[in-house]
Every structure is written in structure tokens, then in C-alpha cells.
Write a protein that binds this ligand. Structure first.
Ligand code: GDP
Length: 296
């Protein structure tokens, strides 16, 4: 609703100002989209598409163009893949392993806690693994979340090998017949080679121990950091195969356009969104509902 307020107000102002679409209308529209963090290259694609569509359909009334904008935003989101499924890839009768990656402070631990709570309330048995053995306090923080949502946390001491902790997490999940194992990892971007080595080692352990796992590699990004989130996404995508994005702190920004930029520029779907600090503030992301909601 925060994104809708700023975005739809501006679009409505634009429609009222121009009534008939012309070059200036498109220039102003470009500004509105960029201000909403949609991302320059995505905006350029969108504006080009829009101009062609308006010409093809012979539309000049700015009210009608508004409908075309929402159609195009949905198209931009899905790209060539409009059959994309919404939500996480969870196994029905086998252990699901989900790996979380992302830099410190983006909300990784909080997301793991919230997701653990959500899955647990759906009747699933959940286990957490404290794979960020690097940052002081990370293990303790995950343990706190474990207590809060009443889920067991598998951990080693600070500085130990993350792959070894994840291995123990998997063995514990198997012996307890757990449904879902959520694995935290360290997020130091400063040293890309280390990050890559660490992530690929952790992934190898998971791949070896559980068939077809990890079932998701979720990159957590802070929506309030805008284009910075986009560059983090690029770096992590180079380090590992990211299957989905968790966009946190959407409650703290009116610039929800970052969702479109991420999907369009990286091709990675946004699967979950964080909308606050409470345990229930995590939602499955539905792109169509999001885009149409902008114009509601
Ligand atoms: P980590 O370092 O990536 O594990 O990040 P944390 O989980 O510790 O989160 C960093 C800060 O962001 C904490 O103060 C969280 O309460 C806060 N946070 C996480 N997710 C959200 C969210 O969706 N909305 C808001 N407003 N705050 C969040």
C-alpha cells in the first residue's frame, strides 16, 4: 500500500496533467518509474514497449494508457515465463532444504525466523542451521529466533566450518524426520572469492546428502537499499545459482518498483516479501496482485 500510494498518486497526477499522451507525457512517466526504483534499463524497455503499443492500438487518451501501463508492468515482470509458479518449491514427502544467502543486515535471520514460524503453523517440522559462523553474534541471533518460534537450531561455535554445521543440520533433519531445513550462511561480499568458495562448498554438501537439494537458494535483499540491492543480486548470482529473492523491509519504502527491476534485469523471481519486524510479517509474493494493486 505504501508503494501504491506514491506510485498511483503520481500516475493519476500525470493522467490529469496530460489527458492526451505525447513525448512529454512519456518523459514524465519515465521519471515517476525511475523514482519508484524500477531501474533505468527496465524503464527504458517499458517506455519503448508502451510507445509501440499506444501507436499500434491508436490510443491517445492518457486514461487508456494507464491500463496499458499495468499490462506492460505484468509482462515485464514475467518476461518470457508467464507460467512461473508463485511460492516456494517445497517437497511433499521428503526433506526440503532451503539455503539463505545475502549480506549482513538485510534481514536474513529475521526471514528465517518468520518462515520457520509460517511453515510450523502449516504443520511442518522445521529445523534451523546456523551456517553463518563468521559474524560475531549471528549464531546467538538465530538461536534467539529458534527459541521465539520454538524450533530447534543446529549450531557449532563461532569460526567453525559452515559446511560442517550444514552437514550436521542435514543429519539431524534426517534423524528427526523433519520436513524443512532452513540454512543460514555468512554474507561477506568484501571477499567475493571466499564467498564463492564457501557457498559452493556448502552447496556440495547439501547436494551430496539430499537428492535434488538445495530446493531453493533464496537471496535476501533489503528493498530500502534500492539499486544497491540490484548490484548485490548481481554479485550473488555470479557466486551461486539463486532460485528466488526475498525482498525485506518493503514496509519501509514507497519504492516497490525494485521488484520489477530485479525480475527484469536478473530473471530471478521474487518469492517472499518482508513487511515488518513481527513474526507474521512475511508473505508469498504474487506479482500479478502486486502490479494490479498498484493501480487499484
Ligand atoms: P541479517 O544480518 O541479514 O540476519 O539481518 P537481521 O535479520 O538481523 O535484520 C536486520 C534488521 O532488519 C533487524 O533490526 C530486523 O528487525 C530488521 N528487519 C528484517 N526484516 C524486516 C522487514 O521486513 N521490515 C522491517 N521494517 N524490518 C526488518
Amino acid at each position: 500500500s505504501k508503494t501504491r500510494k506514491s506510485f498511483s498518486e503520481k500516475i493519476n497526477d500525470l493522467v490529469a496533467k496530460y489527458r492526451k499522451v505525447d513525448e512529454d507525457f512519456f518523459e514524465d512517466l519515465e521519471e515517476v518509474l525511475i523514482a519508484a526504483d524500477v531501474g533505468v534499463s527496465t524503464v527504458m524497455d517499458l517506455i519503448d514497449d508502451l510507445k509501440m503499443e499506444v501507436k499500434r492500438r491508436n490510443i491517445s487518451d492518457s486514461h487508456e494508457v494507464k491500463n496499458v501501463i499495468s499490462e506492460k508492468l505484468v509482462e515485464i515482470y514475467y518476461g518470457d515465463d508467464n507460467e512461473e509458479s508463485v511460492g516456494l518449491n517445497l517437497q511433499d514427502d521428503a526433506l526440503t532444504v532451503i539455503l539463505f544467502v545475502g549480506v549482513n543486515g538485510v534481514g536474513k535471520t529475521t526471514t528465517i525466523g518468520k518462515l520457520a514460524h509460517q511453515l510450523k503453523s502449516e504443520g511442518k517440522q522445521v529445523l534451523l542451521t546456523a551456517g553463518d559462523t563468521f559474524r560475531a553474534g549471528a549464531i546467538e541471533q538465530l538461536s534467539e529466533w529458534g527459541k521465539r518460534v520454538d524450533v530447534e537450531v543446529i549450531k557449532h561455535s563461532e569460526g567453525s566450518d559452515p559446511a560442517a554445521v550444514i552437514y550436521d543440520g542435514i543429519q539431524a533433519a534426517k534423524s528427526r524426520n523433519a520436513d524443512v531445513l532452513l540454512c543460514d550462511t555468512a554474507g561477506r561480499l568484501q571477499n567475493k572469492v571466499n564467498l564463492m568458495n564457501e557457498l559452493s562448498k556448502v552447496k556440495r554438501v547439501i547436494e551430496r546428502e539430499v537428492p535434488n537439494a538445495p530446493h531453493e537458494v533464496l537471496l535476501v535483499l533489503d528493498a530500502t537499499t534500492g539499486q544497491n540491492a540490484l548490484s548485490q543480486a548481481k554479485t550473488f548470482s555470479e557466486a551461486t545459482d539463486v532460485s528466488g529473492i526475498v525482498l525485506t523491509k518493503l514496509d519501509g519504502t514507497a519504492k516497490g518498483g525494485i521488484v520489477l527491476a530485479i525480475r527484469n534485469e536478473l530473471g530471478t523471481p521474487v518469492k517472499l516479501v518482508g513487511l515488518g519486524e513481527k513474526v507474521t510479517d512475511l508473505q508469498t509474493f504474487d506479482p500479478q496482485a502486486f502490479v494490479y494493486g498498484l493501480f487499484a
